[in-house]
Design a protein around this ligand. Structure first.
Ligand SMILES: *Cc1c(COP(=O)(O)O)cnc(C)c1O
Length: 220
């Protein structure tokens, strides 16, 4: 079997085990296969196996490979997991099914405008900078509830959940716990958290989707 597929099956087994250990129903944790930097030839076996949910961090890179793959696999669900510039909002709304990185009013305004024009709305997550890292995108934890409320009432956007990327050097548990608490305060049930190095730790804290790249596709 293709090595990528072996790793995909292993990741699925580990998700199922972590969910069972956390007392959560099988299938309550979705898997976003993060295919950034990998080309269509690397992705195709995963599509042929039946997996349909993928994540990309750059709009332009995604535009270069996904339209053709969609021609053959029309039910692909594509997530934008990287920072979004406002001049890319139009392309992002056109291409992605889920945008996980809404983190400021300027982006919310642009997304609302494009959604109105196209009559097509991606599902949206607010990215929270749980570690308050300067170089990282995301709204601060203290601003999250008010921002989610503004998305709803001022910008007219339906927010589905929250997303975070814990600081690389920290133990991730407290960050996952914080995201779970903030989601509760906002009345949100969807939590995108956990990557190759820590997805099993995110599951007891309620992750409803994990974003796994290198553990499936290999190192970048
Ligand atoms: C690259 C990336 C991932 C996947 O990272 P791995 O460590 O390769 O699993 C997940 N989330 C975001 C936001 C990313 O940019």
């Amino acid at each position: 079997m293709n090595q990528t597929l072996e790793r995909l099956l292993d990741v699925r087994r580990r998700i199922a085990t972590a969910a069972a250990e956390a007392g959560r129903p099988a299938g309550s944790v979705g898997l976003v296969a993060v295919s950034k930097t990998f080309d269509a030839d690397a992705i195709r076996p995963v599509l042929e196996e039946g997996h349909r949910i993928f994540g990309e961090n750059r709009v332009q890179e995604a535009q270069g490979k996904w339209p053709a793959l969609r021609g053959k696999f029309p039910d692909i669900e594509l997530h934008l997991i990287g920072p979004l510039q406002s001049n890319k909002a139009k392309d992002a709304v056109a291409l992605f099914d889920v945008i996980e990185t809404v983190d400021r009013d300027k982006i919310a305004v642009e997304l609302a405008k494009e959604i109105g024009k196209k009559g097509k709305a991606p599902r949206l997550y607010v990215q929270v900078n749980t570690g308050l890292e300067e170089q990282k995108a995301g709204i601060g934890p203290r601003e999250t509830a008010a921002f989610v409320e503004r998305c709803r009432t001022v910008h007219g956007l339906a927010i589905e959940g929250l997303m975070c990327i814990p600081p690389f050097e920290d133990y991730p548990g407290p960050h996952f716990a914080l995201l779970q608490k903030l989601a509760g305060e906002c009345g949100l049930e969807k939590l995108s958290m956990g990557m190759s190095g820590d997805f099993e730790k995110a599951i007891p804290f309620g992750a409803t989707s994990v974003r796994v790249g290198s553990a499936i596709f290999g190192s970048r």
